[in-house]
Write a protein that binds this ligand. Structure first.
Ligand SMILES: *[C@@H]1O[C@H](CO)[C@@H](O)[C@H](O)[C@H]1NC(C)=O
Ligand SMILES: *[C@@H]1O[C@H](CO)[C@@H](O)[C@H](O)[C@H]1NC(C)=O
Ligand SMILES: *[C@@H]1O[C@H](CO)[C@@H](O)[C@H](O)[C@H]1NC(C)=O
Length: 244
């Protein structure tokens, strides 16, 4: 009698371990002095998380669970309001007209936290902080638990304060609230790594991408940035801090 009950339980447990049917938790902490509205977007092979956008007051935290193997990105929207009738943000807006992004990504500039899973090992999480779409606020990713290198990675500097005028996005408050990439500002092959510049050899760092990389050395700051910008951990939960 007992063994007939325990046997299926054991099978379920083993299946959960082998298939990676475990979940991981992403915790968002707003350490900025202002409200941030995080956005979440799943990669093409993953389901959207239970929340695709929410409000996070200064000092507040919120957690979202994901199934192991989820891939996608996070960002923080700033200077948002519904004063025009629909919800809109001055930086990193997703264009949904709502707090939820519903499968839409951030309009650049936006600091991005990216997560991916190795196709040959469903348990291993790859993560990075990317400035390839520009910068809007400081952000860090810190693994909690897990095995492997599991380093914290972030862009801690406020690049808005050193953003050249030609890349600057001014808010309705008159100050620089985001910093565009040179690709977004000028649209040339040289800055976008397109055309004759579409290989790592022909698209070196530019004086503009150097500003981002110098301020935040751990991040991806150009399309062909070195692999040292990607971080690895196995079986962790993750803390995403705005203004760490
Ligand atoms: C998220 O996962 C944690 C750990 O497994 C669990 O304690 C918590 O209840 C889950 N939260 C939700 C909203 O499912
Ligand atoms: C970057 O280089 C371009 C082209 O040489 C120049 O026009 C621009 O002023 C430089 N900008 C900065 C911030 O150094
Ligand atoms: C929050 O920001 C303050 C500076 O504004 C910093 O001293 C502190 O270490 C940060 N806390 C966390 C948890 O990142």
């Amino acid at each position: 009698m007992e063994s007939r009950i325990q046997m299926p339980l054991l099978v379920v447990l083993l299946f959960a371990l082998v298939s990676g049917g475990l979940s991981l938790t992403f915790t968002f902490k707003n350490n900025c002095s202002y409200t941030v509205w995080p956005g979440t977007l799943a990669g093409s092979d993953s389901a959207q998380l239970s929340s695709t956008g929410f409000e996070l007051a200064s000092g507040a935290s919120n957690s979202i669970n994901a199934s192991s193997g989820w891939s996608g990105r996070f960002w923080g929207r700033t200077y948002c309001s519904s004063s025009t009738g629909s919800f809109k943000c001055e930086t990193a807006d997703c264009g949904s007209g709502q707090v939820a992004c519903n499968g839409a990504g951030a309009v650049p500039p936006a600091t991005l936290a990216e997560f991916a899973v190795a196709s040959n090992n469903a348990e291993q999480e790859y993560y990075d902080v990317s400035l390839v779409d520009g910068f809007n606020l400081p952000l860090s990713v810190t693994p909690q638990g897990g095995t492997g290198p599991c380093s914290s990675v972030g862009c801690l500097a406020n690049i808005n304060s050193v953003c050249p005028a030609e890349l600057s996005v001014k808010g309705s408050n008159g100050s620089t609230i985001a910093c565009k990439t040179a690709c977004d500002a000028f649209g040339t092959d040289e800055y976008c790594c397109t055309g004759a510049y579409n290989t790592p050899q022909t698209c070196p760092q530019t004086n503009y991408s150097k500003i981002f990389k110098d301020q935040c050395p751990q991040t991806y700051s150009s399309p062909y940035d070195d692999q040292a910008s990607t971080y690895i951990c196995t079986g962790a939960n993750y803390l995403i801090t705005f203004c760490p």
